[in-house]
Design a protein around this ligand. Structure first.
Ligand SMILES: Cc1ncc(COP(=O)(O)O)c(C=O)c1O
Length: 353
């Protein structure tokens, strides 16, 4: 038994060492903290965050709330938890949130909104994951008492992950806000990669913040922090979310070391997202995808046999993801510099042709 688990540890160690040498385009969540980020984490001032005593967590929450022009924020372990707490804050049990059919909240959060908060979902469909205001407005269900599930919130994802890092135009988000106001609904923004949208368009974060009643934003994707997301919104909603976070077993103690990584990322890793976007366009070009359609750091590549390309690229030191039988996904990030992007382009170009 002992020998077996020792072998397991060694196998995992070898796998991690092998991965470290590869160019990893599977996701922007795979980044490792830089030396400077690690130093910031080690030096962080900490306290018990369940008592709201952690000065670094408090500083991060205040800073992120302010960046989006909101009253408060809550540091969470994941983007999924930030989204769950955010949607739960604006949608009561038995009501629904409307979102696009490929939205992360409906496809990839494992039904948490239904399973843990009694929330149902209906979706509109757009080939680029965009808000189709007319369709959204047509989907809204009024409160008809015992006859229909009532719509309580509209949700938009910016950038849209499964659609390929697509930026939602500010104008459509504002129109979504108008529809919500007309029907007395809340707006949730899944801003896991809102930093990419901000850097790609120059739209100030506060303009995005003004569209949403509640937002989820992530530090652990393009910004390169190892862990952490935030729910952003009104003080009363955030206070209630703090209780729910603890109820779900996700209250944490000296989380300041993680918050320090987040603060470091906000200081040093936002503007550089432009490099990731340039690297994504470079990869797109090599894979015969129109770089004009690549808004940020995600490239969706159609190819005849995606799993075969994944396997062949892996043999040549490039990790990619198949998101469908004929669809490959490439994601650029902090740990892929220009040389690595060019090397990956050389490997992938012939494989997807
Ligand atoms: C758009 C979007 N929202 C939310 C999440 C959830 O983040 P996490 O993996 O930290 O739960 C992701 C993860 O990739 C995402 O792409």
């Amino acid at each position: 038994m002992l020998r077996q688990s020792a072998r397991g540890v060694n196998a995992r160690g070898a796998r991690v060492r092998t991965l470290a040498r590869m160019i990893d385009l599977r996701s922007d969540t795979v980044t490792r903290p830089t030396e400077a980020m690690r130093a910031a984490m080690v030096g962080a001032d900490v306290g018990d965050d369940v008592y709201a005593d952690d000065p670094t967590v408090n500083a991060l929450e205040e800073r992120v709330a302010d960046l989006f022009g909101h009253e408060a924020a809550l540091f969470t372990v994941s983007g999924s938890l930030a989204n769950l707490l955010a949607v739960r804050a604006v949608v009561p049990v038995g009501a629904e949130v409307l979102c696009e059919a490929q939205a992360h909240i409906v496809r990839a959060e494992l039904g948490s909104h239904a399973a843990l908060a009694g929330i149902t979902t209906r979706t509109w469909r757009h080939p680029r994951g965009l808000v189709d205001v007319e369709e959204v407005a047509a989907l809204v269900a009024p409160d008809l008492g015992p006859f229909l599930v009532r719509t309580a919130a509209l949700s938009a994802e910016n950038t849209h992950n499964f659609a390929g890092g697509v930026v939602q135009p500010l104008e459509s988000l504002r129109m979504l806000r108008t529809v919500a106001d007309r029907h007395g609904l809340a707006v949730h923004l899944d801003g896991a990669r809102i930093w990419n949208a901000h850097v790609a368009t120059g739209v100030p974060l506060r303009e995005y913040g003004a569209v949403g009643d509640v937002l989820g934003v992530c530090l652990s994707k393009g910004l390169g922090a190892p862990i952490g997301s935030l729910l952003v919104g009104p003080a009363d909603a955030v206070a209630e979310a703090r209780v729910w976070r603890k109820r779900l077993g996700a209250g944490w103690r000296q989380a300041g070391m993680l918050a320090a990584a987040g603060l470091h990322a906000l200081d040093h890793h936002v503007e550089r997202l432009a490099d990731d976007h340039a690297h994504a366009r470079l990869l797109a070009e090599a894979c015969a995808v129109d770089p004009g359609g690549v808004d940020t750091n995600i490239v969706v590549v159609p190819c005849p046999d995606a799993p075969a390309v994944v396997a062949a690229a892996r043999e040549q030191g490039v990790l990619t993801g198949a998101v469908g039988p004929r669809t490959l996904r490439l994601v650029t990030h902090l740990d892929v510099d220009e040389a690595a992007a060019r090397k990956a382009a050389d490997v992938l170009g012939p494989l997807v042709a």
